[in-house]
Design a protein around this ligand. Structure first.
Ligand code: ADP
Ligand code: MG
Length: 257
């Protein structure tokens, strides 16, 4: 049975999408069948896999149609050019779901219902979500078995995380009893920076050791470049520190599943 993992943090710019792209590619390279579900209207995870704006116009069905119940997941999923990775793409149209979903009786459970139809066809389904706790984001938290929280080691990085954890607790109680936080992963780490080291130390004190992945993702220019080539880091710069880190993270994720 496949595992659904949402990459969440209501802060923007903490490497949620970067992690969704590169973790899914690394899992695919390890031979796992992976679906990357793009649930952010910005569609950056789709672009990171080479689905460019021009292609997006041609997409007939996207995650919008799936979450609105207008199409079945099979119909919207496309095969990427990368080993074992399929994509449920997103376009700007998805932004409209934030309002249109409100008319549904089970407005936060639409994605869950859809992904259940295809759960068994993949080993792992990675969901990229948006930095908010709106109805779209609540769909992505309600749909998954576990959550990975990317965190940047900056002074305010803990702000809001308690809100995310409270929301997760509520969802766990009301909708999704088996929901787990798989772990926090530090991203864009630059250990030369005192502030990075200080914040990391503080977070390590605050959480039990198993709440944190031991893999840390370094700040790495190749990681930042890869999306404009529509290529995950594992293929864009396979020998880079960034590729190596995401490969290690993928192995850790498989151990925790
Ligand atoms: P989010 O999805 O949380 O908003 P993104 O994944 O879009 O964050 O990342 C924000 C920015 O940081 C992007 O420009 C991305 O290329 C860059 N970035 C992410 N991780 C790294 C890294 N390890 N090294 C360098 N740049 C990174
Ligand atoms: Mg993002």
């Amino acid at each position: 049975m496949g595992k659904i993992i949402t990459i969440a943090n209501q802060k923007g710019g903490v490497a949620k999408t970067t992690t969704a792209i590169n973790l899914s590619a690394a899992l695919g390279q390890l031979g796992k069948r992976v679906l990357l579900a793009d649930l952010d209207p910005q569609g950056n995870a789709s672009s990171g896999y080479g689905i460019r704006a021009v292609d997006k116009k041609k997409l007939e069905l996207t995650s919008y149609d799936v979450i609105m119940g207008l199409a079945r997941p099979h119909e919207a999923i496309i095969k990427t050019g990368f080993s074992n990775v399929w994509l449920l793409p997103a376009t700007q149209e998805l932004a409209e779901a934030e309002i249109r979903l409100l008319k549904f009786e089970q407005k936060t459970l639409q994605l869950r219902k859809a992904l259940l139809q295809i759960k068994d066809e993949y080993d792992v389904i990675i969901v990229d979500t948006l930095p908010s706790l709106g109805v779209l984001a609540l769909n992505t938290l309600s749909a998954c078995d576990s959550i990975i929280v990317p965190m940047q080691c900056e002074p305010y990085s803990l702000e809001g995380v308690s809100e995310l954890f409270a929301t997760i607790k509520r969802i766990k109680k009301n909708v999704n009893k088996s929901l787990q936080i798989m772990g926090i992963v530090f991203t864009m780490v630059d250990t030369r920076l005192t502030v990075n080291r200080d914040v990391m130390r503080k977070i390590k004190r605050e959480f039990p050791a198993d709440a944190l992945f031991s893999t840390e993702i370094p700040r790495n220019v190749k990681i930042a470049e890869a999306p404009s080539h529509g290529t995950p880091i594992a293929y864009y710069a396979p020998d880079s520190k960034g590729a190596e880190a995401y490969a290690r993270l993928a192995k850790e994720v498989l151990k925790r599943i």
